[in-house]
Design a binder for this molecule. Sequence first.
Ligand code: NDP
Length: 270
Amino acid sequence: MWDRDLLSGQVALVTGASSGIGRACAEALARAGARVAVNHLPAETAEARSLVGSIRDAGGEAIPVVADVSTEDQVRSMFAEVVGAFGTLHILVNNAGIQSDAAFTDMTLDQWRKVIEINLTGQFLCAREAVREFLRRGPQPEVSKALGKIVCMSSVHQTIPWAGHANYAASKGGLALLMQTIAQEFASHRIRVNAIAPGAIRTPINRDAWSSEEAAEELLALIPYGRIGEPGDIADAVCWLVSDLSDYVTGTTLYVDGGMTLYPGFRENG
Ligand code: NDP
């Protein structure tokens, strides 16, 4: 667990924070001393309020903020709300994402668009507002060496092709170059932009892949480290990546995947 001083004085926004990886990130950032805005969809109000309550009970500061990240007006209002409540923003964890799986020949245009709009356009809209706020606020070297930090939640499927998930793999592959391009454009302003590529993490998005013994066994065959990841594995990496401990890191993807991208099929066959 990180020390409370790690991010003290900083404000973080986590999108899709009412469950899974986003929830763990919001909790960990608050434990590391950040004031946290917990983004959620209207349907997730109860979950978001309970998360905010548990952060406050533990002595942290948090507020819930509603927005569909794929809708420009809602994203702009959400950022205005965060800046209104906390004064500015230092950290964006661009986490919200969905899957809508189908064999390629059965995938509807609606399925394609929905995944691209949330996973890729949503990250563009939030990152753009975050960069605008970092530039508006200006340097605060007593708070953080960087002007601002963005973490894009990607996936091992920015690298590994994934049959039956063309929309998802395309959204994460696109995200890799979006992240690097923003990082290149704003490095001279001391804005750091990085991605985390989780492997298989135990959350609702992939429940079918781990909830039965048989499915979990099949999944474990793809993970050299021999266990399924937990949301906290990602949250710890996020805390490091948005802290001054990683101040010289920008434009990179950190794979947190138990070795899934090490081509485990080649262990005994190659
Ligand atoms: P979850 O389904 O638990 O969390 C996703 C969150 O995003 C949910 O809270 C969801 O809300 C929210 N969300 C969905 N659409 C929107 C939207 N339009 N606006 C705002 N919030 C939205 O899954 P994970 O925690 O696993 O996923 C988090 C991220 O991690 C995703 O980007 C995913 O692609 C990535 N990832 C996850 C992996 C894993 O193994 N779990 C592996 C690789 C990457 P609601 O529940 O209401 O839909």
